[in-house]
Design a protein around this ligand. Structure first.
Ligand SMILES: [Zn+2]
Length: 241
């Protein structure tokens, strides 16, 4: 059986690398300075470089099942995603954090199904999206809404990271919620002002602002969220929608 992977590795070295050698060498000489932390689902159909047209050195990527953000307080044990967030913000000084979920997400679907008792880690992990589940019969529409609600939930949890919250409040970091619809070839971006997802082709921004000023009572930087998208506890901190 031919070793496909070996052939691809050789093709990268022989064909791709020579064309971009200067850039790779520069990234080694000067170090990486990615501007964006991309937190994406591990799904093989989600290809961050294709979606964003990013070149090497532009995206600091962490991926996991469901594009979920663990709590800052460490209650979920040791977690690489939390470490990546801290590193990207404190060491790399990223200016944007993208949370990118997608249509037909197996993690979201699993929230409505029974999970194998052997998959203890998976079950615990999916709790990070449990609040996004809707009390309805599962349907394509319910799944899509749950996927989007989960993305907002993760943005909200990101704001529990003190180094993220302070920089968002100082407008040094922007948060972006993306729902990639595979079959449309389009990302729907979260509009914090309207509290809903808009097609990138119809949006004036890439899934962030405009933020209003920080609410002194709630500490929220987000505007009211359309109740249709709100999680039971209020989709974003301090809101009781
Ligand atoms: Zn997924």
């Amino acid at each position: 059986m031919p070793d496909d992977l070996l052939q691809r590795l050789r093709r990268f070295h022989d064909d791709y690398f020579p064309l971009h050698e200067d850039r790779f060498r520069s990234l080694v000489d000067h170090g990486q300075q990615p501007t964006t932390l991309f937190i994406g689902c591990s799904d093989s159909r989600l290809v961050p470089y294709l979606l964003t047209g990013a070149a090497p050195g532009e995206l600091f990527i962490v991926r996991n099942v469901g594009a979920l953000v663990p709590p800052y307080n460490g209650l979920h044990g040791l977690h690489g995603t939390a470490a990546a967030i801290e590193y990207a913000v404190l060491n790399l000084n990223v200016q944007r954090i993208v949370v990118c979920g997608h249509s037909h997400c197996g993690a979201v679907k699993a929230l409505y199904e029974e999970i194998s008792p052997e998959a203890k880690n998976l079950e615990a992990w999916l709790d990070l999206a449990r609040e996004a589940v809707l009390p309805v019969q599962v349907s394509p529409e319910a799944l899509r809404r749950t996927e989007q609600r989960s993305i907002v939930l993760q943005l909200e949890r990101l704001m529990d990271y003190p180094m993220v919250r302070s920089r968002v409040e100082q407008r040094r970091i922007s948060l972006h919620g993306w729902h990639y619809v595979i079959e449309e070839g389009e990302v729907h971006v979260f509009d914090v002002k309207d509290g809903r997802f808009l097609r990138a082709s119809e949006s004036e921004h890439s899934g962030t602002g405009p933020y209003h000023d920080v609410d002194p009572d709630t500490g929220s930087i987000f505007n009211e969220i359309d109740s249709a998208w709100a999680c039971p506890e209020g989709v974003l901190k301090g809101k009781s929608s």
